[in-house]
Design a protein around this ligand. Structure first.
Ligand code: RP5
Length: 174
């Protein structure tokens, strides 16, 4: 396991179990292309509730700007973090267990008024990172430029693929 505790981290990526690591690593990978420093940590809301609260309470003072939290089944990690800080918290419901992530989706998304968790799709860790970057880019001009450049590059790649496909499409249509 590579537990990264980031000095200078702007985003904290947390997960309920070591078994969630591979799925949550997708968030770190997505952040890498934007050069946004992050830290990754396994902290269970049920097994280590005091540590979760402590982490959330100290997060802002440590320079973290957004927390991303993923867990499966009775996912209370994102909610427990949101309850203990006012940073934006993005929840990632993870697949697994008898209900394969639908339970975690409901547990993550149904937060009480005033204590929101922005919830992405089941196993949507990469999108949690993109959303975090979009929020941070509001106040960060170079990051905004990187975000727009990446979108543009992806669009250009798809446009190019479309042009390559065109003769084939015409062939089929004939
Ligand atoms: C959740 O239960 C964890 O986030 C994980 O997705 C799932 C299974 O956890 P382990 O039993 O592998 O620790 O709380």
């Amino acid at each position: 396991m590579e537990q990264s505790s980031g000095r200078g981290a702007r985003i904290g990526i947390l997960m309920g179990s070591q078994s969630d690591w591979a799925k949550m690593e997708k968030a770190a990978e997505a952040l890498k292309q934007f050069e946004v420093p992050c830290e990754m940590l396994v902290l269970s809301a049920h097994r280590l509730p005091d540590r979760v609260a402590e982490y959330a309470r100290q997060a802002e003072a440590r320079g973290l700007q957004i927390l991303i939290a993923g867990a499966g089944m009775a996912n209370h990690l994102a909610g427990a973090l949101a309850a203990n800080c006012t940073l934006p918290v993005i929840g990632v419901p993870l697949s697994g267990g008898a209900l394969n992530g639908v339970d975690a989706l409901y547990a993550t998304v149904q937060m009480p008024k005033g204590v929101p968790v922005a919830t992405v799709a089941i196993d949507g860790a990469a999108n949690a990172a993109y959303l975090a970057v979009e929020i941070m880019a509001l106040q960060d001009e170079p990051l905004r430029a990187r975000l727009k450049a990446l979108r543009q590059a992806e669009r250009a790649k798809l446009e190019a693929a479309l042009v390559e496909q065109t003769p084939h499409v015409q062939e089929v249509a004939r």
